[in-house]
Structure formats: C-alpha cells, structure tokens
Design a protein around this ligand. Sequence first.
Ligand code: CU
Length: 67
Amino acid sequence: MLKLKVPDMSCGHCASTIEKAVKSVDPSARVTVDLGSSTVAVETRADETAVSAVIKSAGYENEKVAA
Ligand SMILES: [Cu+2]
C-alpha cells in the first residue's frame, strides 16, 4: 500500500480528480482519500513513482509517507 501526503487536497472535487488520475495509471487501483489528514492511500500494482507523478500532473504536490 502506497500512502501519500497531498497537502493541497481540500474537498471532494480534489479527491475525485486525484482518484481519476490514479486510475488513469492503474484502472484497478483502490484509492482511499482521507481529507482530514490530507492523505491518499493507494492499493496498486503500478509503479509508486508513476502514481505520484500522475497526481502531481493533476495539480497536486505530494510525497510518500510511512503507511
Ligand atoms: Cu478541492
């Protein structure tokens, strides 16, 4: 499980944008957004770097945190 801190994520729209971005890399990814802690948990077989990069491309800086 990949866990990312996404500080600029503030509402459901951000959450859905990020979820779509992740699913463009891996359609079968499971994406769990926690707006309270500004974190996104991703269960995926895709490369972690690719997941992080696509979220950044969608407009959200992010960094990996300990799961
Ligand atoms: Cu938002």
